[in-house]
Write a protein that binds this ligand. Structure first.
Ligand code: PDD
Length: 284
């Protein structure tokens, strides 16, 4: 089946979708994005993603080419047309192009909007049973990581460093403390307490993070939002990550050292179960 994608108001077979070579997303990484997961053909946390998208656009003074109600409809239509039961919807909005290259924002540019689906089993993964291995690397990204821009080269490099080390991902470290994973938020568990970095410009304000912390508090777990070090993480009982594409995923090894007993932890797996159950209930 040929994938149907959405480009600037049109649904097209992926091979016919086109964007200008002058598009500022291509030339300057002048664009923002969202990834929304699909479970049972329904969207998880759509509202959260739509709100964060608007925030990213506002922070960059970029026009939003689509009403939020219409955006929901486009997501749903792509799920229908591509018969997605489980997977992700990728959305990207860039500042567009005025047909040339100039560092200053163009005055007469229409934003570009692109959405496409990725079909993938998300609710089950061998990683849930075996846990992830991560390495630590310096965080060399720009200073506004709270804006979900398409400048993803350093996270890609981080993934490649992890792969070269025989690991699944990299946790980035700034001034001695973990910021986040290459495409996920990072957590440790000590006793009944969950520790994750506080919100700020240093990390992306994960939509999954917000939901998981809410569920954790509702389940009477203690949550501490503060920086933690790699040494503290190695000494923790459990570690995990969250994102729209992995939900809650255990981490069992950091820089070759085993975390806790070296297998996915109870708190982590419980949070994954709660997150999946509760999110499915309110999926749209
Ligand atoms: N990444 N931190 C970073 C740097 C991310 O790129 C992501 C998401 C997250 C988790 O955010 P959320 O829970 O809203 O998905 C944290 C997406 C999944 C991606 O780039 O594919």
């Amino acid at each position: 089946m040929t994938r149907t994608v959405y480009v600037n108001g049109e649904y097209l077979p992926e091979g016919e979708a086109k964007v200008s070579i002058f598009d500022r997303g291509f030339l300057f990484a002048d664009g923002v994005y969202e990834v929304t997961s699909v479970l049972g053909g329904k969207l998880i946390d759509f509202d959260g993603h739509a709100k964060r998208l608007q925030r990213s656009l506002n922070e960059l003074e970029m026009a939003n080419p689509i009403e939020m109600d219409d955006l929901l409809e486009v997501h749903r239509e792509l799920v229908r047309r591509n018969e997605i039961d489980e997977g992700m919807i990728y959305l990207q909005i860039t500042r567009g192009s005025d047909g040339d290259r100039d560092f200053a924002y163009p005055e007469a540019a229409e934003p570009t909007i692109v959405l496409f689906t990725q079909s993938k089993v998300l609710s089950e993964s061998p990683m849930v049973e075996r846990g992830m291995k991560v390495i630590s690397i310096d965080d060399e990204r720009w200073g506004r990581r709270d804006i979900k821009t398409v400048q993803l080269l350093y996270p890609s490099m981080g993934k490649m460093m992890a792969k070269a080390a025989g690991c699944d991902d990299a946790w980035m470290v700034q001034d001695g403390a973990v910021t986040e994973g290459t495409s996920n938020n990072a957590y440790i568990v000590k006793g009944n307490k969950i520790v994750t970095r506080h919100l700020g410009n240093e990390i992306l304000h994960g939509i999954t993070r917000a939901a998981v912390l809410r569920f954790a508090r509702e389940a009477q777990m203690e949550v501490e939002e503060r920086p933690f070090t790699i040494d503290e993480a190695k000494d923790a009982d459990e570690a995990f990550i969250t994102s729209a594409s992995t939900f809650v995923m255990p981490v069992v090894e950091i820089d070759g050292d085993v975390v806790g007993s070296g297998v996915p932890g109870k708190v982590t797996l419980r949070l994954r179960e709660i997150y999946l159950d509760e999110s499915r209930k309110v999926a749209v």
